[in-house]
Write a protein that binds this ligand. Structure first.
Ligand code: UDX
Length: 434
């Protein structure tokens, strides 16, 4: 099938590359000439395992194209995906500016019947609005159907999630449109759930809010475990053995970040408020997460009295491993607070340094090696569980740091291993090693 994708951010680029891989002709549209030129030669603007290989393969096979020419891309497409960003407005609602612009761009260039699919996470009713907007701008002879087909991709495993996801949700206004979407996705071999558009829009918000709730729940359990001398990892494992609970999203840590959970939980709270429902539970989930992100700095202050003038190594800046993304990462909150406390911060991340530089004050020093970050440091914070950080020898903390005091926000090391070294070790929901 001939497919156009408006927007080449995370979702658009991964979706486009994967749809090409299963045999579709895909044209990805973006207004940024430089970005399009680089993508056309197989260079991905984001760090995502396996993405460049997939892009290059499908470009070479003539199934994947990148262009700034919206007319060419949209004119020939049977199905047009909107995959632009929906960032958060200051009041927590999603900013639909780019979605509306994409709809206008489609209207200007469309010249035959087509299906328009919203892939971006959008507030309930937006997909119907997109239809009204496009229809109001085109002549009556061209008919469009709209579908909402939410993405459930995790950064760092987005390609895997596309090919091996648990379900594909298709929210369609009619049977014909849902059949086309089913046909497009059939080669993935993933169970499909067809529903109406509003249900599909809500499934996306509710799913992310539920996963965020699991994380805040286990983080609260972790905080209690620390006080009653229990171990959250054992507790989470024991809970997860119950199939009704499951093991996923019960990893306690320094809180959730990223481009989805923080944004989507806020959006759902506002959406509920807009229909006079006070979503108390989800508000608490967000409060718990905000508190969790800062909890390790509070522990460090309690331990050291003051952080003024302390040399602090920050290991990991990305909001999770295998991505260079720092959006809403705990690292941004932690590093800013450390600077407010007049500490000197040296940060290490294998991929996210450039993105972090855009978000953090200039006084942060960045290094390409864990060793350099730890050298002479008073304390270390571990904020992302990169393999490189998990594999780094504990003996080096002992030898490189002044007196090894480590605050591990991702429980990277088994307590039994830490006990073999002269390290003061604070982690999440587990016994402190002194
Ligand atoms: C998420 C959803 O999982 C995906 O379905 C959606 O479409 C986009 O948002 P993503 O943000 O890429 O994906 O990553 P995810 O792996 O879900 O992690 C989000 C955050 O939660 C990270 O900061 C991660 O460290 C944290 N997390 C996750 C935990 O703290 N504990 C867990 O058990 C799982």
């Amino acid at each position: 099938m001939n497919i156009a994708i408006v927007g080449t951010g995370y979702v658009g680029l991964v979706t486009g590359s994967c749809l090409a891989e299963i045999g579709h002709q895909v044209t990805c549209l973006d207004t940024d000439r430089n970005k399009v030129a680089r993508m056309s030669s197989g260079i991905s603007p984001i760090h995502e395992p396996g993405l460049e290989e997939l892009m290059k393969k499908n470009i070479d096979e003539g199934k994947l194209f990148f262009t700034t020419d919206y007319n060419e891309g949209i004119r020939n497409a049977e199905v047009i995906y909107i995959a632009v960003g929906t960032p958060q407005n200051s009041d927590g609602t999603p900013d639909l500016t780019d979605v509306k612009q994409a709809a206008r761009d489609i209207a200007v260039n469309i010249n035959k019947n087509a299906i328009v699919v919203t892939k971006s996470t959008v507030s309930i009713g937006t997909t119907e609005y997109v239809k009204e907007l496009i229809q109001s701008l085109i002549n009556d002879e061209v008919k469009i159907d709209v579908v909402h087909n939410p993405e459930f991709l995790r950064e760092g495993s987005a390609i895997h999630d596309t090919f091996y996801g648990d379900r594909i949700v298709i929210g369609a206004e009619n049977h014909q449109a849902s059949s086309v979407l089913k046909e497009i996705n059939s080669a993935f071999g993933i169970p499909v759930f067809v529903t109406d558009i509003r249900n599909a829009e809500m499934i996306k918000y509710a799913s992310n809010a539920f996963l965020a709730t699991k994380i805040s729940f286990i983080n609260e359990i972790a905080n209690i475990c620390e006080k009653v001398d229990a171990n959250v990892e054992e507790v989470a494992y024991g809970m997860g053995l119950d199939k009704r609970i499951g093991h996923h999203y019960l990893q306690a840590g320094i809180g959730y970040g990223g481009s989805c959970f923080p944004k989507d939980t806020s959006a759902l709270v506002h959406l509920a408020g807009g229909v006079e429902h006070d979503f108390e539970l989800l508000k608490a989930v967000i409060r718990v997460n905000n508190h969790q992100q800062i909890s390790l700095v509070d522990k460090a202050k309690k331990r050291l009295g003051s952080l003024k003038g302390k040399k602090v190594a920050v290991l990991g800046l990305a909001y999770k491993p295998d991505t260079d993304d720092v959006r809403e990462a705990a690292s941004l909150v932690v590093v800013k607070r450390l600077l407010e406390e007049s500490a000197f911060v040296t940060a290490f991340d294998p991929y996210a340094t450039e993105n972090a530089k855009q978000q953090l004050p200039k006084s942060v020093f960045y290094t390409h090696s864990i060793k350099n970050a730890l050298d002479g440091a008073d304390i270390a914070f571990i904020l992302t569980e990169w393999d490189e950080i998990k594999r780094f020898s504990l003996s080096e903390y002992e030898t490189l740091m002044k007196h090894a005091i480590v605050f591990d926000g991702r429980n990277c090391f088994p307590l039994e291993d830490v006990k073999d070294y002269n390290i003061e070790y604070y982690s999440i929901g587990r016994q402190t090693i002194l």
